[in-house]
Design a protein around this ligand. Sequence first.
Ligand code: ZN
Length: 163
Amino acid sequence: MTITKNKVALIHYTLKDESGEVLDSSEGREPLAFIQGIGNIIEGLEEKLEGKTVGDRIETTISPEKAYGLRSEENVHIVPLSSFQADGDEKLVEGMQVRVETNEGVSLADVAKIDGEEVTLDLNHPLAGETLHFTVEVVDVRDASKEELEHGHAHGPGGHHHH
Ligand code: ZN
């Protein structure tokens, strides 16, 4: 069986950035299970895995446009420091992550800079703008169950899952 739309694929993967640093890996864990073709994983990886089968190994480089997108200055906002002070007593420091209300609901933002009364928040995905290198091994390909397709994600062995 090959990886095509609506099949469940299980992969082991290692993700590195352009400098070769490992950002994420399934090594020592269960393989990653996903449904192909519905955006469970980044677009560039779906394209490279289409038609692959158990035992196939690929090494691939994926541009930001097919991964987590480009960084956008529209996702960088300057807000007054005073807007955080109602939030309890945890001190705001550069580099920490905070939850913010956006038009699309609650989102995580990076505190990029604190300059006097001005706080710069960065809502870009941490991997936005990054070219990603993946090493992937396909360990299983199977049909998705009706339930998995309804839920829009793969379930673990034995059908258990968490939401
Ligand atoms: Zn489910």
